[in-house]
Design a protein around this ligand. Structure first.
Ligand code: SF4
Length: 444
């Protein structure tokens, strides 16, 4: 294994700055960096500065100068960094400057100038750790890497084959997040339906109870935690059908994010998509029979090499028939190193973009139609943020960042992280508008 990259650290200033330093050092160590006791053995140096009084500023500037002279690669953080451009004016060669209490910015600068080597074991948690901001939802990464070789994707060559986290470890993390106030767990991976394949579905333990490392077992166990559980990146394999009853029973959110990517069997084959031979339309209909309220989200690629107009229309026909709730679409982009770039029949940028626009135009109509059906219904919403006179939240049908939102109008004061029941009054192609019924009591 390659030696860990080494970071030198200079900590100046008051106890608050010291706590910031501890936070940065903790994160550096957690991510696998070594801390170097000397300038000359470090790959770069972080200087946490003080800007309280003139002498402290001078001391900080001197420390930066010394680190530059001895090492040459310096990231500056702390109070002096917040004081205009004094650092850059005095030491133009510093790599980056942030203000105090800027853990994420410091780590971003470190990652940019000293990337950490890939380690399939330590990288099982997301690079930024589990996000507790906003505090009421968190991503739960259940595996890293992917065993598929989709021809448009280079993720397996970057992240390696599938490495699933032991089920007991995933459940303990989920439980800790819920204890910390998380109301919604978003299950993510490259291929959620493949969870546990590499472990041969090994039995693990959670609270002394045996659990198999299988997607359905994990989903059922997460459903016992009493919070919203949302599944992302699920491929339409037959065993996925097992989680739909859990959605119908209200154990986990009736929401499934399935990246279909295309509908033409020939294009899916060229893409080497997992489950390309499945009858996706039949599967969607079966899911909706078991769980009529299920929200289905998907992503597609328009203008794949060799895609004919007829094959593209097949995709549009699929969208009409499938009536998916949420859809994202990318114009095919030839990522460097992707096998699909070698396929014959590359389409021009204009054709790819034009097809993407046609697809999104059609989907807007479908989405508006589906959202309209919710008018007059009472739905449960998790509040994300406040705004003048109301709040913005999400229903079971809305994942953060990628889907629409519910605008809650003229409600009494809500807090981020509150669950509330609202009555839908208006809709467009993406969002809903709703009000809290008078006298309604909400759960925190
Ligand atoms: S697009 Fe295909 S190869 Fe890439 S991560 Fe997803 S399943 Fe794996």
């Amino acid at each position: 294994m390659a030696a860990a990259p080494k970071v030198g650290f200079v900590s100046l200033g008051c106890p608050k700055a010291l706590v910031d330093s501890e936070g940065i050092l903790t994160r550096l160590r957690a991510e696998g960096y070594a801390i170097s006791p000397s300038y000359d053995r470090a790959d770069l140096v972080v200087v946490n500065t003080c800007g309280f009084i003139e002498s402290a500023m001078q001391e900080s500037l001197d420390a930066i100068g010394e680190a530059l002279e001895e090492n040459g690669r310096v990231i500056v953080t702390g109070c002096l960094g917040a004081k205009g451009d004094v650092v850059r004016r005095t030491h133009p060669k510093v790599l980056a400057v942030t203000g105090p209490h800027a853990l994420e910015e410091v780590m971003t600068a470190v990652h940019e100038h000293l990337p950490k080597p890939h380690d399939p074991f330590t990288d099982l948690v997301p690079p930024q750790g589990i996000k507790l901001t906003p505090r009421h939802y968190a991503y739960l990464k259940i595996s890293e890497g992917c065993n598929h070789r989709c021809t448009f994707c280079i993720i397996p060559s970057l992240r390696g084959d599938l490495v699933s986290r032991p089920i007991g470890e995933v459940m303990r993390e989920a439980e800790n997040l819920v204890k910390a106030g998380v109301k919604e767990l978003l299950v993510v991976s490259q291929d959620t339906s493949a969870y546990g394949v590499d472990l041969k579905y090994r039995t693990g333990f959670w609270g002394g109870r045996p659990l198999k490392a299988r997607m359905a077992d994990l989903t059922a166990a997460l459903g016992e935690l009493g919070v919203w559980v949302r599944l992302h990146y699920v491929y339409p394999y037959p065993h996925v059908d097992e989680v739909i009853p859990l959605m119908a029973e209200g154990k986990v959110l009736p929401y499934i994010d399935v990246p279909f990517q295309h509908a033409s069997p020939r294009i899916l084959k060229l893409m080497k998509r997992p489950a390309s031979g499945e009858d996706n339309l039949a599967r969607i209909r079966a899911w909706r029979t078991i769980c009529p309220d299920v929200t289905i989200r998907s992503t597609f690629i328009a203008g794949f090499p060799g895609e004919t107009e007829d094959e593209f229309r097949e995709l549009l026909d699929f969208l009409e028939a499938a009536e998916l709730d949420r859809v994202g679409c990318f114009a095919y982009s030839p990522v460097q190193g992707a096998k699909a770039n070698e396929l014959p029949g590359a389409l021009s940028n204009e054709v790819r973009e034009e097809r993407r626009e046609r697809l999104m135009h059609l989907q807007e109509k479908i989405s508006a139609r589906r959202l309209k059906r919710k008018l007059g219904k009472t739905i449960k919403v998790l509040v994300d943020e406040l705004k003048a006179g109301g709040a913005v939240g999400r229903s079971a049908a809305d994942a953060p960042e990628i889907d629409g939102v519910v605008h809650i109008e003229d409600g009494p004061k809500l807090k981020p992280g509150d669950w509330t029941q609202v009555k839908v009054t208006r809709s467009d192609a993406h969002d809903l508008w709703a009000s809290e019924p008078a006298g309604h009591r909400r759960a925190a």
